[in-house]
Ligand binder design. Structure first.
Ligand code: G3P
Length: 503
């Protein structure tokens, strides 16, 4: 049935910020079939972002069925199922009925900014950084759980009675896949757990003291497992298929890009952008606004850590231009529009829609467009939108170099926005380094598939996976150094204008 040999295959589910998808891969890591479905973005108030987790679970089931159908295969051809997901997005559900008790609070949601400031009062934003690798910011899950328990009627009592479960989307999907109220496995993996602000990075277990300070009952929390092992067998449509990996989407992309050695890095361009550098078995502290996080852990091997630069808004700025501003009708049009002018016409767009993430971590920032004159057209703005992604990457790369002392020789990129040639060229120009894209740009799903395949012996080791990585495209710098410096200075000036907007 498939054009890629007889199988067997590995299927991966990517439960992302804007959509859920399922991809079927063959033994060479090639894509056999893809199905994808978007879900609703719910914006109840400025800065708030929610998802309906029941809708997401329905979509996940549909895309799995859709991908298998497209591949012309049945569950018997699927050796294992891997899971990857938008990280930090926080859900509480009823253990007995499987019903979410509230919409999921999405990672972009800023409603916990005051709570985070209170938690950091007198001690500062780095109160839990030594244990968790993270600064106090509205991005992470712990404060979101606390917000739900404090603000939704009856939830704290129900939590204390042991009726509720917490999970990021990996836990939600795995619990449902493995039976839901009927014996579902309540687990998460080390990468996802490392984004809750509740896990101790060094012991890889929930930190009792932090849970207490954060007001989160530990009975809510899933069991922390490795990223590649069999958590259980699926029930329902996929009955019997081992559910064998879970990785936060950015860590999955690191895995899919086969960045298995210390010093290897990738940057993924989706809703946001996330640059991860493999730091080996050492959790490296950041002094320049990066996050220390778990890269992955294969079974009972030693964990691999990463330094991460997280940018909240990149692809979602293009979506905003399309959906909220109506300046383009498809995301791809941004490139055509931006290419119709030579430069940004003096305009700089800093999309601090969820505050500023790395390297600033300012919940009080909001977006600005700076440098406007009558001269500026929507084409210049389109250009400024793309440049925003490239400059934000440059800031992360600068921070990474300061923290690690390693000069960037080339950047491995992936994700939806990497099909934008103008953006890739701009990135190479702003970084003054080559930008390289692999043949399979769907590295997030690929990483989850790789981890699941390793767990069940479909692939024997990471060297076998490395051999699958093939270069598809490369962009090299072509910008005058003086122009670059001037533009970077203007960008940094515009960034300063976003801060302190929320009192
Ligand atoms: O930390 C948030 C990140 O995991 C979301 O990724 O690709 O769904 O925007 P994405």
């Amino acid at each position: 049935a498939s054009t890629h040999g007889e199988g067997p295959f590995i299927a991966a589910i990517d439960q992302g910020t804007t959509s859920s998808r399922c991809i079927v891969f063959d033994k060479d890591g090639r894509i056999v079939a893809v199905d994808q479905k978007e879900h609703e973005q719910i914006f109840p108030k400025p800065g708030w972002v929610e998802h309906d987790a029941a809708e997401i679970w329905t979509n996940v089931q549909q895309v799995v069925a859709g991908a298998l159908e497209q591949a012309g295969i049945t569950k018997a051809d699927v050796k294992a199922l891997g899971i990857t997901n938008q990280r930090e997005t926080t859900l509480l559900w009823d253990k007995a009925t499987g019903e979410p008790v509230h919409n999921a609070l999405v990672w972009q949601d800023t409603r916990t900014d005051t709570l985070c400031r209170e938690l950091g009062r007198n001690v500062g934003q780095d109160r839990f950084r030594r244990e968790t690798g993270l600064p106090l910011a509205s991005y992470f899950s712990g404060p979101k759980i606390r917000w739900l328990l404090d603000n939704v009627d009856g939830l704290r009592e129900r939590a204390e009675r042991g009726e509720l479960l917490f999970g990021t989307m990996d836990s939600w999907v795995i619990w449902n896949l493995t039976g839901g109220p009927d014996g579902g496995r309540h687990v998460t993996d080390v990468t996802n757990a490392s984004r809750t602000m509740l896990m101790n990075l060094h012991s890889m277990s929930w930190d009792e003291k932090i849970c207490q300070s954060m007001g989160v009952p530990m009975s809510l929390l899933p069991e922390i497992r490795s990223s590649a092992e069999v958590y259980g067998e699926a029930k329902g449509e996929l009955a019997g298929v081992p559910v064998a990996s879970a990785l936060g989407d950015q860590q999955a992309a690191l895995f899919g890009q086969t960045c298995f050695s210390e010093g290897e890095a990738k940057s993924t361009y989706g809703t946001g952008t996330f640059l991860l550098l493999n730091t080996g078995h050492e959790a490296v502290n950041s002094y320049n606004g990066l996050l220390t996080t778990v890269g992955y852990r294969i079974g009972d091997e030693q964990p691999v850590y990463a330094l991460e630069g997280a940018i909240a808004v990149t692809g979602s700025l293009v979506q905003w231009m399309r959906d909220q501003m109506g300046l383009i009708s498809t995301a791809a049009e941004i490139e055509t529009l931006a290419s119709s002018v030579e430069d940004n016409g003096g305009a700089y767009f800093v999309p601090a829609f969820s505050g500023l993430f790395a390297p600033y971590w300012r919940d009080d920032a909001r977006g600005v467009i700076a440098g406007l004159t009558r001269y500026v057209t929507k084409a210049h703005l389109a250009r400024a939108v793309l440049e925003a992604t490239a400059w934000q990457t440059r800031e992360i790369v600068d921070a990474m170099q300061k923290d690690s002392g390693v000069e960037l020789t080339a950047l491995k990129v992936d994700g939806g926005m990497t099909s934008n040639n103008l953006l890739m060229q701009t990135m190479s120009d702003f970084l003054d380094a080559p930008v390289v894209r692999p043949m399979v740009a769907e590295t997030t799903c690929l990483g989850a598939a790789y981890a699941a395949g390793l767990a069940v012996g479909f692939w024997s080791d990471v060297d076998e996976l490395r051999a699958n990585w093939k270069r598809a495209a490369e962009w090299t710098p072509d910008m005058d150094a003086a122009d670059r410096d001037r533009e970077y200075k203007n960008w940094l000036k515009a960034v300063q204008r976003t801060m302190g907007w929320i009192e």
